[in-house]
Write a protein that binds this ligand. Structure first.
Ligand SMILES: *[C@@H]1O[C@H](CO)[C@@H](O)[C@H](O)[C@H]1NC(C)=O
Ligand SMILES: *[C@@H]1O[C@H](CO)[C@@H](O)[C@H](O)[C@H]1NC(C)=O
Ligand SMILES: *[C@@H]1O[C@H](CO)[C@@H](O)[C@H](O)[C@H]1NC(C)=O
Length: 349
């Protein structure tokens, strides 16, 4: 009898301790979860998107992997495209892939295609891009000069751009105004019907082929200072180079568009995953060719090469090319590079 009583008591004690231990484990897990949530809300108090993230954490309990993905979802890429550099092909890829890739592409249409934004529009653009979280991740593109987000106290977006050999770009633009392109063949261009060749125009020293009109890639990278837009201005060239290095995530060249897309795909997969394959296999790689284009003769070329506008634009192109090759070498050929942390102190207990 007594032995039976003892056994009963013993069993009760065992069941109780097991239950208690299980409870304890559950509690510890819950505490950990709470701590995690606390850490997130502290870090991200002043970032509204990340704040929304906490709500979602409660609802759908995503893995930490998807939280990281959500953080990269704040990416803003700004592509201030220089006219006649192959930008339409590139942007076309983004438009084709954005739905599947779950990001937005927006064209910034500035009145009269003006490359310089008024001060109020610079501020408005920066504020809108920064605060418009529902649209992120996003690629904004438009034909405007570099807008300095940091100067207005906003976080810098990832600027990208493409540039092209200056005389090629200039000649392409000249014929584009006359003959249009295969992208929108029925659109009547400004100089349609004018069949003068570029060489003839240069020979006659007409304003449309005046070398000073070639001053465009440098000011696009230089930005919104008065000096940027004064042709053959050494200060603008220096500033453009500085911006290219310090404020652009990546600048490629039209002549190596496939590699530009390759580096973007490798470094920003959130937006450009699958872009290389798509570029090679769709007909985007030869979209938008200016219809009638004659290569300028050697007299014309020599004339340009002696002009300081060409010289500076070309110096900038060579600078960008060299930098792009450097990045390409350390990125495309280093696909398997990785890094990790070690010797983390103090040790986590
Ligand atoms: C920009 O907007 C104007 C006015 O709506 C329009 O006529 C023009 O075609 C647009 N530009 C581009 C490049 O779509
Ligand atoms: C940004 O501008 C767009 C278009 O004008 C507008 O619909 C959107 O609400 C704006 N977003 C913010 C956060 O200001
Ligand atoms: C190539 O472009 C034409 C229209 O320009 C289109 O009909 C065709 O489907 C495209 N081919 C591919 C593979 O995208």
């Amino acid at each position: 009898m007594l032995v039976q009583q003892n056994t009963k008591f013993f069993i009760i004690v065992i069941v109780l301790s097991v239950t208690l231990t299980l409870f304890q484990i559950q509690l510890t897990k819950l505490q950990e979860k709470l701590d995690k949530l606390g850490a997130y809300s502290h870090q991200d108090l002043d970032n509204p998107t990340n704040f929304i993230l906490i709500e979602e954490f409660h609802e759908s309990k995503p893995s930490s992997r998807s939280i990281l993905r959500r953080l990269s979802d704040n990416t803003v890429v700004v592509y201030n495209r220089v006219p006649k550099t192959g930008s339409t092909s590139f942007v076309g890829i983004a438009y084709d892939l954005c739905k599947r890739g779950q990001y937005h592409v927006l064209h910034v249409n500035v009145t009269g295609n003006n490359h310089i934004l008024s001060l109020n529009n610079q501020l408005q653009f920066i504020q809108n891009v920064t605060e418009w979280t529902e649209i992120k991740p996003a690629l904004y593109h438009g034909h405007f000069a570099f807008v300095d987000f940091a100067k207005f106290g906003a976080p810098k977006p990832l600027y990208i751009n493409l540039i092209r050999k200056p005389l090629d770009r200039f000649v392409s633009y000249y014929y584009f105004l006359r003959y249009g392109d295969n992208f929108r063949p029925h659109l009547i261009r400004k100089k349609a019907g004018n069949t003068m060749s570029f060489d003839e125009c240069v020979e006659k020293q007409l304003s449309e082929c005046d070398p000073s009109a070639m001053w465009l890639q440098v000011p696009f990278f230089c930005g919104h200072a008065a000096n940027c837009w004064k042709p053959a201005n050494k200060w603008a060239l220096t500033e453009a180079k500085k911006n290219l290095v310090n404020n652009y995530f990546l600048v490629g060249v039209t002549e190596e568009l496939d590699d530009f897309i390759g580096v973007l795909e490798q470094s920003l997969p959130r937006l450009f995953k699958g872009a290389s394959d798509y570029f090679l296999n769709s007909n985007k790689s030869h979209l938008r060719r200016t219809v009638q284009k004659e290569t300028p003769n050697s007299v014309t070329i020599n004339k340009f090469k002696q002009n300081p506008v060409w010289q500076m634009e070309n110096e900038f192109y060579e600078f960008a090319l060299d930098n792009f090759h450097f990045i390409k070498r350390h990125t495309l050929r280093n696909k398997h590079q990785s890094f990790f942390y070690e010797k983390i102190r103090p040790r986590q207990s």
